[in-house]
Design a protein around this ligand. Structure first.
Ligand SMILES: [Zn+2]
Length: 96
């Protein structure tokens, strides 16, 4: 049998389905993700030099993936801490 190279979109879909079978939890919000709501996220964004190697791909829900955008994991964490602190400050009525 000759090696047939599948289009990248098909390979990504197959990888996403395999990852869903292994664990259907979004890497970021840790909620179960339905297949139609799942995406493959580049942990290190391609815009930052990340590759499409399996080790740089993770399962994420569409909401988290859109929210993460081109942030690196460290930037995402810092951003989430800022949002969290701002929400607490807003709740207690102070200034950030
Ligand atoms: Zn999520």
């Amino acid at each position: 049998m000759s090696a047939v190279s599948l289009p990248p979109t098909v390979r990504r879909r197959m990888l996403r389905v395999r990852m869903l079978r292994r664990s259907n939890l979004c890497r970021y919000c840790r909620r179960p993700v339905a297949k139609r709501n799942s995406t493959l996220d580049h942990i290190i964004p391609r815009a930052r030099g990340g590759t499409s190697a399996r080790s740089n791909l993770t399962l994420a829900c569409k909401t988290c993936n859109a929210f993460k955008g081109d942030r690196s994991p460290a930037e995402l964490t810092a951003w989430m801490i800022r949002v969290f602190v701002a929400s607490i400050v807003a709740r207690i009525g102070g200034r950030p």
